[in-house]
Design a protein around this ligand. Sequence first.
Ligand code: MN
Length: 432
Amino acid sequence: MNLDRNQITDCNKQLMNFHQQELDIVSAKLDQQGINSEEVIADIIKLQVATPSWALGTGATRFGRFPGGGEPATLEEKISDVGILKQLSGQTSSISLHIPWDIPDNAEEVKELAASYGLTFDSMNSNTFMNDPRGANTPNGLSYKYGSMCNTQEAVREQAIQHNIDVIEYGKRLGSDSLTVWLADGSNYPGQANFRKQFENVQDSLQQIYKQMPEDWFMFTEHKPFEPNFYSTVNNDWGSNLLLAKGTGERCLCLVDLGHHLPNTNIEQVVSRVIMEKRLAGFHFNDSKYSDDDLTVGSLKPYQLFLIFNELVEYMKGDEKQDNELAWMIDASHNTKDPMEDLLQSFDAIALAYAQALIIPRTQLNELQFNNDVAGGQELIQNAYRTDVRPLIREARMRQGGAFDPLAAYRALEVRKQLIDARGTRVAVTGL
Ligand SMILES: [Mn+2]
């Protein structure tokens, strides 16, 4: 489904005068601080966030699922939905697939369809945290109940390795250039497993997968302290993640998921450390009150998100560069919202935090820090956080043919109703 561009333009027209006034005010204010608003707008346009294929349907908890209507049932429909998000927000231009939930039966056709919406394929996600009912990730019929790459049984480890190699093959056909490995491996009870042997098995398995990657591909490993294992996980924190990446190869990098930290972890400092080691793969965005709640980005801790972007911008505007482009993706589950509305809110929150970090006068911040001006440093970054940068984001969207207010346009154009009319109220979406 494609939205009518004229309808989006009509939605914008009602706000045009108001928008121009606000844009002029913030541009003048930034100009006084030596910040060029045109450059900020250009940077906002460049920050494209991947949409994961599993985020387009209603999420679930282990207590149940309350799906809405018009959900995408096929990969083709998921691609179409991302196309709508791109049209409205201008902030997403790629889709991240999860195998085995979204196996492309005809890669060429799928690639062409995505291209017709201006979309490419982001990182490929493997899955060894469950046994696919069709056996798509368990070609040897062996269970991942006691772990995959950490498993004591070599045959299970080999099956997990082969699944990841299969995922690389799907990705090659779609034009992707990275594999994301999230491991559920760990243990549920003390005495169940040997920490060191588990880690060594995972390290060895990752090395074997790495050897099968094309030379221009990157491998992303993602740490998580708990769940679905509740006593220990093999890749439990950023330190273990860095060890695994360094032990695997130059193009193995650390992915940081905002929800995958114990409460009160200084995530912005984690980002800084991983960048210092030139191993940051990118970022998975979400928000949480407790840990990995998969809530909408920026809904609870927008200041933390801003501080994380402060570290990211310091790297992006600095001289020392990694070989990879940072990968941005939303990784959230929408249990009580229309998933498309949730994603539009997420893009908005990401752009907001990014723009706020972009307008921090960085040279001045460095000077204040050098001179130990504690209150001055805090004031400077808080001033950026408290600046209303929304006009810059609206302008960035408008220049891409998007909507000033994507969520309002989504509602005004009755997109969900159109999807329900086309697809019905069936519940066929695959994923979490
Ligand atoms: Mn993630």
